[in-house]
Design a binder for this molecule. Sequence first.
Ligand code: CA
Length: 225
Amino acid sequence: MRILIVEDEADLRNGLLRLMREEGYAADGAADGVEGYRKALECDYDAIILDFMLPGMDGREYLRRLRHIKRTPVMMLTARNSVEDRVAGLDSGADDYLAKPFVQQELLARLRALIRRNYKTATGAINLGDVVIDTLARRVTKAGHDEAVTGREYSLLEFLAHRRGAVVTRSELYAHLFDENEDTLSNLLEVHVCNLRRKLGADLIKTRRGAGYIIEAADRDEPKV
Ligand code: CA
């Protein structure tokens, strides 16, 4: 999952970038609306965290332009007690908002909910045979037992699982799992796939030579909870 953070306050932007990376997301930052808009067009982010009061292009204008082109989920950050900003943002196409100052855990929970809604995983659990991904807690179990996976391995698994039944290309995976400052060494993706196969079973993630990777879909519906 790759997140764009558009926020002009450097401390807050850097804090959010650090938080996202700690949680296993790839994250890029932009310090004004114009740069943030350019990045949103260049890359298909899984979500955008957008400050409403921005130099260059404010949140309302940003959303107005973005929504002509893309459906990327947007979490808006507004000043406390600014009902007008929230209404304008939601009317312009924001999917959710948080008032500053906010608690990190709430931001992370709302972000997970946004991404889940976007992929229509309503229950929060993705059932892949004996492997179950709990997207609320970002946890993986195999045959009922917790499997320790790294943040990056989790992101790779969840990304493939949300698209199960479809081949995901290597370039798509690199675009969603690694941010602009990371070296995308050509073997890195294989290392993560290899680790996941070792932990969760050799057949879970299949390689399609020259195309990419796939988790097959057969009879693997959301559990009824
Ligand atoms: Ca601001």
